[in-house]
Design a protein around this ligand. Sequence first.
Ligand SMILES: CC(C)(COP(=O)(O)OP(=O)(O)OC[C@H]1O[C@@H](n2cnc3c(N)ncnc32)[C@H](O)[C@@H]1OP(=O)(O)O)[C@@H](O)C(=O)NCCC(=O)NCCS
Length: 188
Amino acid sequence: MDDLIAKKSSFIGEKITLKSIERKDIDSIMEHWNTYESRIGRGIFIPESRTQREEWIEQTTKDAKQGKGFTFAISDKTSGQFLGACSLKRINTVSRGAFLSISIYNPANHDKGYGTDAVKCLLRIGFDILNLHRIELHVYEFLERAIYVYEKLGFKKTGVRREASFVAGEYRNDLIMDILETEYNDEK
Ligand SMILES: CC(C)(COP(=O)(O)OP(=O)(O)OC[C@H]1O[C@@H](n2cnc3c(N)ncnc32)[C@H](O)[C@@H]1OP(=O)(O)O)[C@@H](O)C(=O)NCCC(=O)NCCS
């Protein structure tokens, strides 16, 4: 028992804590949700209403209850400030696969180590808690920072969805990246 308690919680990183998304987070979410930079990064080109985001929060709660996916608020470990959201979703209980997504909403909070820390936590949750076999993500080829972070944490580029996205008037490639549990365990 003591050795289990001594193990680090998968939900606490060096700089961030992952918590459930709550309705009270809506003001923080909306603060940066509809900026042009934020929408380009997330592939949502039409601004979204507060009601749409509230419905998304409700949906994440339903998905978690059904074991289909888990979405977390990322908050600064010291100040508790809301930073963004990340998830493991579309969980397949046969192949033990899931899709990862992450966004730190305010660009002023990029390059401070939050994203790396949050993805590390998600990998621990995915492989050590949910017993997943493989985690996949899709990322626009032009999101160089995101790709750098994923590769740093062991994701491999496994494919290209050529011109799969139409972003700001141009077709863009999406990269497929993934990591297997064996690769994660080798890196630990
Ligand atoms: C991608 C994202 C989650 C990364 O989180 P973050 O907190 O900004 O990243 P970190 O600070 O942990 O790490 C950034 C690293 O990228 C490096 N970097 C910054 N700009 C870069 C660029 N253009 N190309 C390559 N590397 C870059 C930094 O130097 C840093 O490297 P280091 O870890 O060796 O110091 C965050 O920037 C974000 O949410 N961006 C907008 C939305 C998005 O792109 N989401 C991903 C969709 S798949």
